[in-house]
Design a binder for this molecule. Structure first.
Ligand SMILES: [Zn+2]
Ligand SMILES: [Zn+2]
Length: 790
């Protein structure tokens, strides 16, 4: 993507009704009002600030030439903190101009000190290339910005190391190239004034934990060469950005979170599709890889896909330029097809003004769609988030978001597509049948209030710490002073490496014993990643971490890659490779596993009378045993097929709670209903954890039992799905009462009678969602919440 700058397409004048009128008409269609909340997000004028006095005139002039006449207040505030030597994270909304917050102090320093250098880290090469263009366009004397990544020709690398003073790279290159070759970088590192970490919220989970240690290794090399750079981080809005940035860098970081950039007004509606009558059968479309589990089901909601298609048809009929975001490509096509049909039924020919937009189109096809939208020949588009790549559509009147996209950052990014300058726009979030979606449409404060979802990582994970210490030892022998830098567990990890023969202890420190450097993949997750290879061409499509591979890449699995559908022919666990072919079948696949769990140790606990809350290490054995095929159009289960995959062992971190049997009896849960009560609570609790931490369902697992041999009590476990843990269970433990309160409310507020995919059913359940008791799950959680301190 880096070679093709994003095109900007701006639609012509709006023809449709004002957002509030439009919404009124949309919600008046059905018998029951599906709108649970309307938030008027008012237009906000920006709050500009004067240029900081330390910003040199030539830099101000350079920005002015690029159209920046003055910084916004948050930019100036963050820039000045950084310039004064404080580590700072700026965590504000999409398009709030975070880059100026680091460019300003970094470039001012480069201009003031002709020897100083800056290192910029982006999660993707494309973003680094964007930044390179932005910095180069300022045309500042002597800065010589340059990208240094896997694509940089050998011939240019030495020039960059010697002469560039603003090097843009990514954590993988820092890990594989810069740090092991620190001798060649000594001149650059000795003069390093700033380290910029852009989009730092993407460094989460196990990957984030690895990056945290790569940054500690960078700090160690800087210290050896005598520099102490200031870290400036940019993050999407999130809960507690200062703590997350502190964990990532190992330094105290000040957060700037007050967004002073201007934005357009949006009428934002939360929309819950109505429940269908119990006897209407499985006639509900389900998106591919959806979480909907429709077997043994009494009652379901109208599908979010069908609801979105109707909304798209209605807005287009009103002449409103609308973009619908759908999570999968197949889903986007279902939405577009249904909307077209509805429009053609009303006015023959009108359906032609709706199209599906997805990744995989040729460039010309994409540009043609964009042109059609610009000229109004096309009024409605259903898209996967493939639209995020390569095209910047602005000036739409309405955005429909089919299902919560997983994080608040993506939600606002998608909603932000609506609104031309100075005009109000409409955004609608259509809830899918998923506990988190249900919770959000009934708790608008979780979307529009202060964010609670935090970026979590766990640098103390021994499966990350040991290989990272090996890398550090290869770069320079480890000393006792280094152990403090790498944090909790570093001494134990070093002892293990010595015992394993990887390090040798000498009076001067710990030495790497081998000639070759340790092979450590930042994106590997303990188990080696599995390669996804197209059989016919031998092309490597991507990799899936070992932990998810049994779920996502078993024989017969439908695997989506950048919106394109593949079917797995064979999963070869010996070679760590899955052979696939391109195919778009009418069904989606859903793997199921069975799990066994034992407690290894308790790290921390809260004794709350009849309730106990624990955080600790556990051993999990899980086996993917079968998968279901379901029709995409109807959600109907076609069949269940057995799988012959080995069990996987996982030592990880879990949060769990126990209740005394007496407290359950007192609360009205009959002994026979305890398993169903705990099981239902477990499913919903897993579904709600992404509210507190940026994770998805592949990152966590659960187990519940009426009596567990290690706790000797009714127990619900929720564990990190990655070896050594990734911080999710720890975050759950730290926010236990808020997390379980949200879980309880999501179940209680779901309008279904006895449990549905919107509350207590889980798509991953190894027990076929049986037993489940919705009312008793609420009683269980009430007992926990009544006893647990806030
Ligand atoms: Zn329900
Ligand atoms: Zn289950």
């Amino acid at each position: 993507m880096e070679s093709s700058p994003a095109a900007t397409v701006s639609a012509g004048p709006g023809l449709g009704p004002a957002p509030a009128d439009l919404l009124r008409r949309l919600r008046a269609r059905g018998a029951a009002d599906p709108v649970t909340h309307v938030e008027r997000v008012p237009a906000r004028p920006g709050v500009p600030a004067p240029w900081p006095s330390w910003a040199p005139p030539e830099l101000r002039a350079a920005f002015a030439r690029r159209g920046v006449v003055a910084p916004w207040q948050h930019q100036a505030q963050a820039a000045t903190l950084a310039y004064e030597g404080e580590h700072v994270v700026v965590a504000t909304g999409t398009a709030s101009g975070k880059s100026l917050a680091y460019q300003l102090p970094a470039l001012a320093t480069l201009l003031a000190d002709p020897r100083a250098t800056v290192l910029y880290l982006a999660p993707t090469k494309a973003l680094a290339a964007d930044q390179l263009r932005a910095v180069a366009a300022l045309e500042l004397e002597g800065v010589r910005p340059a990208c240094y990544d896997g694509d940089t020709p050998r011939a240019e690398r030495e020039w960059i190391r010697r002469h560039s003073r603003f090097v843009l790279t990514n954590p993988d290159m820092l890990h594989h190239g810069v740090l092991p070759g620190h001798a060649q970088w000594s001149g650059f590192l000795r003069r390093l004034a700033y380290v910029v970490i852009d989009e730092c919220h993407t460094y989460r989970g196990v990957f984030g934990s690895h990056v945290a240690h790569v940054l500690r290794r960078l700090r160690r090399q800087c210290a050896r060469f005598g520099s102490t750079p200031v870290f400036v981080l940019a993050s999407a809005t999130s809960g507690d950005p200062s703590t997350a940035a502190g964990r990532l860098t190992g330094l105290p970081v000040t957060a700037v979170t007050e967004d002073a950039s201007p934005r357009g007004g949006v009428t934002f509606a939360l929309w819950e599709p109505p429940l269908l009558p119990p006897d209407s059968g499985p006639s509900t479309p389900v998106p591919p890889q959806s979480t909907g589990d429709h077997d043994d089901l009494q009652q379901v909601r109208r599908s979010a896909l069908r609801e979105t298609a109707d909304l798209l048809a209605d807005t287009v009929a009103e002449g409103v330029r609308t973009l619908a975001f759908v999570r999968s490509r197949k889903g986007a096509e279902v939405v577009a097809a249904n909307a077209r049909r509805a429009l053609d039924d009303a006015v023959p020919g009108l359906g032609g003004r709706v199209a599906a937009y997805r990744g995989g189109y040729l460039r010309e096809e994409r540009r043609e769609l964009e042109r059609a939208l610009l000229h109004g020949d096309l009024l409605g588009l259903a898209s996967t988030n493939a639209l995020e790549l390569g095209v910047d559509l602005v000036g739409l009147d309405a955005v429909l978001i089919c299902g919560y996209p997983g994080t608040r950052a993506s939600l606002w990014q998608q909603a932000g597509r609506a609104g031309r300058s100075g005009q109000e726009a409409l955004a609608v979030l259509v809830a899918r049948d998923d506990p988190l979606d249900t919770y959000l449409v009934h708790h608008p404060e979780a979307i529009f209030g202060a964010p609670v979802e935090a970026t979590v990582l766990d640098p103390a994970n021994p499966y990350v710490l040991a290989p990272q210490l090996a890398c550090a030892a290869f770069e320079a022998p480890l000393t006792p002073a280094d152990l403090a830098l790498f944090g909790d567990g570093a001494k134990e990890a070093v002892d293990q490496l010595v015992a394993a023969g990887a390090l040798r202890q000498r009076p001067t420190g710990w030495y790497w014993r081998h000639r070759e450097r340790p092979e450590v993949d930042l994106r590997g997750e303990g188990g080696a990643p599995v390669c996804v290879v197209e059989s016919s061409t031998g092309r490597l499509l991507g990799t899936v971490d070992g932990g998810s591979s049994h779920f996502l890449l078993h024989s017969g699995a439908v695997y989506l890659h950048q919106g394109v559908s593949y079917v797995v022919d064979d999963l070869d666990l010996v070679d760590g490779c899955a052979l696939v072919h391109a195919e778009e079948p009418d069904w989606s696949t859903h793997a199921r596993d069975v799990t066994d769990l034992s407690v290894v140790s308790v790290r921390s606990y809260v004794d709350a009378g009849p309730v106990g809350m624990f955080l600790g290490e556990v051993d999990v054995t899980s086996q993917v045993v079968s998968y279901q095929r379901r029709r995409i159009a109807t959600g109907e289960v076609i069949d269940t097929r057995p799988l012959d995959l080995p069990a996987r062992e996982l030592r990880t971190v879990a949060v769990w709670f126990t209740l005394s049997p007496q407290s359950l009896t007192l609360a009205g849960v009959q002994p026979a209903d305890v398993p169903g009560a705990l099981h239902a609570a477990e499913h919903a609790a897993i579904g709600l954890l992404p509210l507190m931490a940026t994770c998805d369902r592949w990152d966590i697992g659960g187990l519940s039992t009426a009596v567990h041999p290690d706790t000797e009590a009714p127990t619900v476990f929720v564990y990190d799905g990655h070896p050594g843990g990734a911080g999710f269970a720890e975050r759950a433990y730290g926010t236990a009462s808020a997390w379980l309160r949200a879980t309880r409310d999501a179940i209680a507020e779901c309008g279904c009678e006895s449990g549905c995919p919107s509350c207590v059913q889980s798509p991953k359940c190894g027990n076929g969602n049986n037993p489940l008791s919705k009312p008793d799950a609420i009683r269980v959680l009430d007992v926990v919440l009544a006893n647990l301190p806030e």
